[in-house]
Each structure stands twice: as structure tokens, then as C-alpha cells.
Design a protein around this ligand. Structure first.
Ligand code: ADP
Ligand code: MG
Length: 317
């Protein structure tokens, strides 16, 4: 492109809230053949809300209507008397040390229900899996199946409950207390209004659309279904440190991918992508690693970026 065309394209981009980091990026964007979206905060609002609390009795049965209905002939161990509020208080206290959006939703949801949330006595973040905390004298775990398994606890009794929430696109988390499964809490996020249009417009242009997430397969597929991304194009349960490898392996097949993300976790993946795009209120780290920054929080601006690149360069050919 001529310097003049580059300047025009860059200016049009800026007027539309699409910031290209340089003329070469502006040229590259039109050659993107695959867009990989991060799920949380990119396709979804990233504003999680606590939606469900389910408690389990000693036999691993879900108890739906309050802790004291665990009819077990009075032979209840201490943990069986944990009510929904008890489980939520333990989970929220454990999570109050975490900055994760899932954790914030649990803490806020507990407070909204009038539960007293204190600080945990000890706390350990297990990235991509959950948290391990000490509340009072007791061990509390909140996280995914792998977190429980790694701590010698069988998540199987909660399988049906977990799957039910996950099929709704919610993130379900197991709560363990003193080495035993005591409950499941679920957070829901909402898909951004324009996410579906963005996916269909990219597809119409012949651009492949994929999704990458640390969330579990079932939740990921449910959300993908809501926005029109094929199940086979979903990469789920990708650990934060493995996101860039996942992008590289997609590109190894010769594809030129645009990775779109907002989080600190996404920065390495943005850096290895043919075009890295930071979206909306993305973290500084993500913006720094990105080639393109979308000022608004709108997935349709991904299409706009490609279209501006295309239009600018066609004019001068
Ligand atoms: P994402 O890609 O959605 O940001 P992460 O890699 O941070 O996901 O986390 C992957 C999974 O690990 C989550 O879906 C959740 O099951 C579990 N997890 C991570 N952090 C927490 C936490 N603080 N509390 C409970 N579960 C967590
Ligand atoms: Mg994210």
C-alpha cells in the first residue's frame, strides 16, 4: 500500500475505534482466514453472576430444599448439616482472596443473600482449576473436577448436577469441605448481543471462526452453540499457559489467525497470532501484546477491522 492509503486506512480505523499498531498490521488484517475468539469477556460480557447453589448429602445425593432435609435417620455427619447458606459462605470466604471473575461472582452473590463473608485463613490459587483455602481450621476447595480429583476427591456424585448447569452454558464449580464433596455453585455469564452477528458475518466472508477457553468442554460448546460456532471449532479446558500453544497449533496447518482476547491470560496468545486483537476494556498487558486494539467492547468491530484492511488495500491495487 502507498503511505497515503495506509494513512487513510489507519484514520478510518481510528474513527471507528479500531486501532492498528502500524501500516503492516493494516495490510495483514485482510489476509486473516481464521478468527479465534476467547470466550469469557470477549464473546461474553465477562460479568458473571452467581445463579445456583446445590448441596449434597453423605450419599452424594443432591438436596434441593435446604440442609435439614437430608433424611438419614439422624445419622448425619457434621458436614451433612451444612445448609445451602453454609456451603455458599464457605465457597465465598475461600474465594474472597481471588480476583477471578468466577470468584467475584460467588462473593458478590453470597453478600447479596445476606451471608457474612470473611477472609480465608489461608489461600492458594490453582490456575485454571480453582482455589484451595483454609477457613477456620477447615480445608475448602472450590473449582473444577480436576481440582477435586487432584485432591483425592471423587466428583462423580455431582456429575448430573454439573452437566445440567453446563448444558445451559453456566460454569459449575464443585465445593469440597474437609475432603468431601458438599456442593456445587454455578455462575452464569451472558453472551454479548452482537456476538452472533459477528460470527455469521465472518462466516459469510469465508473466515473460519473458533473459540478458545479454559472453561470445560460442555459449557464451552453450549456458549459456542449460542453464537453459531461449530462444536469442532471449540478448544476447551485450555490452561492459561497453553493458550499460545493452541494458537500456534491452529496456525501450524498454514492458517493465518486473528486471536481476539481481553485478559492477561490472553497476552501470549495474542503475541503469537498472525494478528493479535485486544478488545474493549482489555487489560494493559493484552493491549500491549496486541497488533490491533478495539476501543469498544463489540465483537462486530473484529469484522470492521478486516473490512477496513480489505477496503484500504483494494483501492490502491
Ligand atoms: P477462562 O479461560 O474462562 O478465564 P480459567 O483458565 O481461568 O478460565 O479457569 C478454567 C476453569 O478453572 C474455570 O472454568 C473453573 O472451572 C476453574 N477455576 C478457575 N479459577 C477458579 C476460581 N477462582 N474458583 C473456582 N473455579 C475456578
Ligand atoms: Mg478470558
Amino acid at each position: 500500500a502507498t503511505p497515503a492509503a495506509t494513512m487513510v486506512g489507519t484514520t478510518i480505523g481510528a474513527q471507528n475505534g479500531v486501532l492498528f499498531k502500524g501500516g503492516d498490521i493494516l495490510e495483514r488484517a485482510k489476509d486473516v482466514d481464521t478468527v479465534i475468539f476467547d470466550k469469557t469477556g470477549t464473546l461474553t460480557e465477562g460479568a458473571m453472576e452467581l445463579t445456583d447453589v446445590v448441596i449434597f448429602d453423605a450419599d452424594g445425593q443432591a438436596i434441593t430444599d435446604g440442609g435439614d432435609t437430608a433424611a438419614d435417620g439422624g445419622q448425619l455427619a457434621a458436614r451433612d448439616r451444612l445448609s445451602e447458606d453454609d456451603v455458599l459462605r464457605l465457597a465465598a470466604t475461600a474465594e474472597s482472596g481471588s480476583e477471578h471473575p468466577l470468584a467475584r461472582a460467588i462473593v458478590d452473590g453470597a453478600k447479596e443473600r445476606g451471608i457474612d463473608v470473611t477472609d480465608p485463613d489461608d489461600f492458594e490459587n490453582v490456575p485454571g482449576h480453582g482455589i484451595r483455602a483454609t477457613v477456620g481450621e477447615n480445608d475448602v476447595l472450590v473449582g473444577n473436577r480436576k481440582l477435586l480429583r487432584d485432591n483425592g476427591i471423587d466428583p462423580e456424585p455431582a456429575a448430573e448436577t454439573m452437566e445440567r448447569f453446563e448444558n445451559e452454558g453456566k460454569t459449575a464449580m464443585l465445593v469440597a469441605y474437609e475432603g468431601e464433596l458438599v456442593g456445587v455453585v454455578a455462575d452464569a455469564d451472558t453472551v454479548k448481543e452482537s456476538a452472533k452477528d459477528a460470527v455469521s458475518q465472518l462466516t459469510e466472508r469465508g473466515v473460519g471462526v473458533m473459540m478458545i477457553t479454559g472453561d470445560n468442554e460442555r459449557t464451552a460448546r453450549a456458549v459456542a452453540g449460542q453464537v453459531g460456532i461449530d462444536a469442532e471449532n471449540v478448544r476447551a479446558e485450555v490452561l492459561p499457559e497453553d493458550k499460545s500453544d493452541a494458537v500456534e497449533s491452529i496456525q501450524d496447518g498454514g492458517r493465518q489467525a486473528m486471536m481476539v482476547g481481553d485478559g492477561v491470560n490472553d497476552a501470549p496468545a495474542l503475541a503469537v497470532a498472525y494478528v493479535g486483537t485486544a478488545i474493549g476494556s482489555g487489560t494493559d498487558v493484552a493491549i500491549e501484546a496486541a497488533d490491533v486494539t478495539l476501543m469498544r467492547d463489540d465483537p462486530l468491530d473484529v469484522v470492521k477491522a478486516i473490512r477496513i484492511s480489505d477496503a484500504t488495500l483494494q483501492k490502491v491495487k
